[in-house]
Design a protein around this ligand. Structure first.
Ligand SMILES: Nc1ncnc2c1ncn2[C@@H]1O[C@H](COP(=O)(O)OP(=O)(O)OP(=O)(O)O)[C@@H](O)[C@H]1O
Length: 313
């Protein structure tokens, strides 16, 4: 078997006139956490649902564990864990029974199943809530239950579709740590999100989507290193004249300098010790200034440079 876990080739999915996924390809290799990052409506969930054969598609090919995926490929499905965007648990069952139900779809041996359910509850921090019905849990704990149900059968491929939407910071951190732990334990993971900080924190590789298309792919560093602007320096100033802006534009590696609303923003295309050079100039000219802040590029800057718009909602 190759080390390819999921391979999507030239996927096209239309909803009537609307093209939701447009010739999209991806490959998840063994041991990776692949991040699918894109704004709302960019096609992430549609792609995931096509990968899982929950949706039919118009064109393309989907291989999982080197086999063609199809709605009846039960041998493949038994090795996949899914944590859907919309919480999918049963309100009439308590926490333990929910996890036991989902685990029981794949694990028939009762003793093994009991152990797996206990491990999933422990892993998601739900051991103290076994008897609780979902309606009695906080939003963050329900999300953790959703995860426990998706991963209890110890799948080797796990797909998370925006698992931290509307989750408090403590549960969010627990979820992200848990995902890293599952990966260390051997699971290969696809993680969709529109939160760039999360994707950057946990993913070994990132694909950025927009309008159903792949617009960029690489590690977070690859993507940021591809930018023209590599650093920005923001300096608070009461006023500035055009000659000074012209001088600053002449400093080594300065790509642009703009002043608005009491702040000068200097963009740089590389170099080292840029702040020192800029402040030396300020000193030399005896220019008054307030706050000074340097900013490194983010994945939002990558998205902005490629698409001309912000990744954030
Ligand atoms: N059942 C449907 N019928 C018609 N259009 C749909 C349907 N489901 C999704 N779409 C459209 O397809 C596009 C992609 O949607 P999708 O839900 O895959 O995006 P997403 O990146 O997962 O967004 P979100 O983060 O909001 O879930 C959107 O324009 C959406 O409105």
């Amino acid at each position: 078997m190759s080390d390819s876990i999921v391979k999507v080739n030239n996927l096209v999915k239309r909803y009537k006139e609307k093209i939701a996924v447009d010739n999209f390809s991806l490959e998840l290799k063994k041991g990776e956490i692949l991040g699918l990052l894109g704004p709302n409506g960019s096609g992430k969930t549609t792609t995931i649902n096509c990968i899982l054969s929950l949706l039919s598609f118009n064109k393309g090919e989907i291989m999982i564990f080197d086999k063609e995926m199809s709605p009846k490929a039960y041998d493949i499905k038994s090795k996949i864990g899914v944590v859907p965007q919309n919480v999918a648990v049963m309100n009439t069952l308590n926490v333990y029974e929910n996890v036991d139900f989902f685990c029981g779809l794949y694990i028939k041996d009762k003793n093994k199943r009991r152990r797996y359910v206990e491990e999933a509850l422990e892993f998601t921090g739900l051991s103290d809530y076994k008897k609780y019905k979902p309606k009695k849990l906080s939003g963050g704990l329900v999300r953790r239950l959703n995860i426990a149900c998706g991963i209890a059968h110890k799948p080797s491929l796990i797909i998370f579709d925006e698992p931290t939407v509307a989750v408090d910071p403590q549960s969010r951190n627990a979820i992200l740590e848990g995902i890293k732990e599952m990966n260390r334990a051997g699971a290969s993971i696809i993680y969709t999100s529109h939160y760039m900080e999360e994707v950057e924190e946990i993913c070994s590789r990132i694909i950025i989507m927009d309008h159903g298309k792949k617009v960029a792919e690489g590690t977070a560093n690859d993507l940021k290193n591809s930018l023209k602007i590599r650093e920005s320096i923001c300096i608070g100033m009461p006023a500035i004249n055009e000659d000074i802006i012209k001088d600053i534009k002449g400093i080594n590696h300065v790509y642009d300098a703009k002043y608005s609303e009491g702040e000068l923003v200097i963009s740089l295309d590389g170099g080292e010790h840029n702040l020192v050079h800029v402040l030396e100039y300020f000193n030399e000219k005896n220019l008054p200034f307030g706050h000074v802040q340097t900013k490194l590029p983010t994945l939002n800057d990558v998205f902005l440079e490629i698409t001309g718009k912000e990744l954030r909602d």
